[in-house]
Design a protein around this ligand. Structure first.
Ligand SMILES: C[S@@+](CC[C@H](N)C(=O)[O-])C[C@H]1O[C@@H](n2cnc3c(N)ncnc32)[C@H](O)[C@@H]1O
Ligand SMILES: O=C(O)C(=O)C[C@]1(C(=O)O)C=C[C@H](O)C=C1
Length: 253
C-alpha cells in the first residue's frame, strides 16, 4: 500500500498504569493511533489487507458492488479500490463510530482511487445491503453481540450474487486451553517484539475482554455453512488471527 500523507500518532494509550481500565472503544483516542495500534497488535494485518485486494481482483467484475463492514479508517476498502480502479468499483464502507467515520473520510481522500469509496455511519447489524459481489468484515464480527452474528452473516449471504465472496477476518478462540494459552502467549510475544510493555498488553487485554467475545474457527465455519455458503476456507492464519473466504455457489438449485 502506498504511504498516505495522512498523519497518525504512535499508540501509547495503555502505557501508564490506569486506576480504572475502561472498556475498549473506537473513540478519538483510538482513532488517532489506529494504524500503529492495529499493525503492532494484529499478526499479519498488512498481509490480510493486501490479500483482500487480491481476492477482489480475482472475483469482482466491472462496476462491482462491494461492502466493507466495520471499515475503521478504510484500509481494506483502499486495498480493493487500488486493485480494481480500472474496473470502477462501487465500495460502500460502513462504521458506527462517528470519530472513525470522520477520520476515514479524511484518510481515504488522500488517495486518488479513494473516489471509488463511499463512507457511511451506520450499525452493520441494522443496515440494509443491496445486491453485491463482495463483502469484507475485517476484525469486526468479534465486537458484535453474539446473538446478532448469525443474522448478519445470513443478510450478507442473501445480498451476495451467485459466485460472490465474503472475507471474514477474526481473532480466534480455541476450546482446548493448552492450545489457546499457547497461541495467546505467541501473540503476546509478538506484541512485546513490537515494543508494547507487559503493562500495555495486560491493560489492553482487560479493556478488550469487556467488549470482544471470540468464537472458535469451527463456530465461524458452522455459521457460514448454516447461512448457505458452499465453499469456506481459512486462506490466512498467523497465531490466533485468521482470515476466511466464503464463496456463494454459482449454480444454486
Ligand atoms: C478492529 S476495527 C476493524 C478494522 C478494519 N476493518 C480494518 O481492516 O482496518 C473494528 C471496527 O468495527 C466498528 N464497529 C463495531 N461495531 C460496529 C457496528 N455494530 N456497526 C458498525 N461498525 C462497528 C468499530 O467502530 C471499529 O471501527
Ligand atoms: O490487541 C489485541 O489483542 C487485539 O485483539 C487487536 C484488535 C482486534 O483483533 O480486533 C483489537 C482492537 C484493535 O486495536 C484492533 C485489533
Amino acid at each position: 500500500m502506498k504511504k498516505s500523507k495522512d498523519k497518525f500518532a504512535p499508540d501509547t494509550i495503555y502505557s501508564e498504569q490506569l486506576t480504572d481500565v475502561e472498556e475498549f472503544s473506537f473513540n478519538k483516542q483510538v482513532v488517532d493511533v489506529f494504524p500503529d495500534m492495529i499493525n503492532r497488535s494484529v499478526p499479519g494485518y498488512q498481509t490480510i489487507i493486501d490479500g483482500i485486494g487480491e481476492l477482489a481482483a480475482l472475483f469482482c467484475p466491472d462496476n462491482a458492488q462491494i461492502y466493507d463492514l466495520g471499515c475503521s479508517i478504510g484500509e481494506a476498502s483502499l486495498s480493493i479500490a487500488k486493485r480494481l480502479q480500472q474496473k470502477k468499483p462501487n465500495i460502500e464502507a460502513i462504521d458506527n463510530s462517528q470519530e472513525m467515520i470522520e477520520r476515514c473520510e479524511q484518510h481515504v481522500k488522500t488517495f486518488q482511487y479513494g473516489q471509488y469509496i463511499n463512507i457511511h455511519k451506520d450499525d452493520i447489524t441494522l443496515s440494509t445491503l443491496s445486491s453485491c459481489h463482495m463483502v469484507v468484515i475485517n476484525f469486526t464480527l468479534q465486537f458484535l453481540a453474539k446473538d446478532t452474528r448469525q443474522g448478519l452473516i445470513e443478510k450478507i449471504y442473501q445480498s451476495l450474487a451467485p459466485g460472490g465472496i465474503l472475507i471474514l477476518s477474526e481473532k480466534l478462540a480455541y476450546e482446548e486451553p493448552t492450545i489457546d494459552n499457547t497461541l495467546v502467549a505467541l501473540h503476546h510475544k509478538f506484541k512485546r517484539d513490537n515494543g508494547y510493555s507487559d503493562l500495555e498488553i495486560s491493560q489492553k487485554r482487560s479493556a478488550l475482554e469487556k467488549v470482544m467475545q471470540l468464537d472458535t474457527a469451527d463456530d465461524h465455519i458452522e455459521r457460514l455453512k448454516a447461512a448457505g455458503f458452499s465453499y469456506v476456507c481459512r486462506w490466512y492464519q498467523h497465531f490466533n488471527f485468521s482470515s476466511m473466504v466464503a464463496i456463494k455457489a454459482k449454480n444454486l438449485g
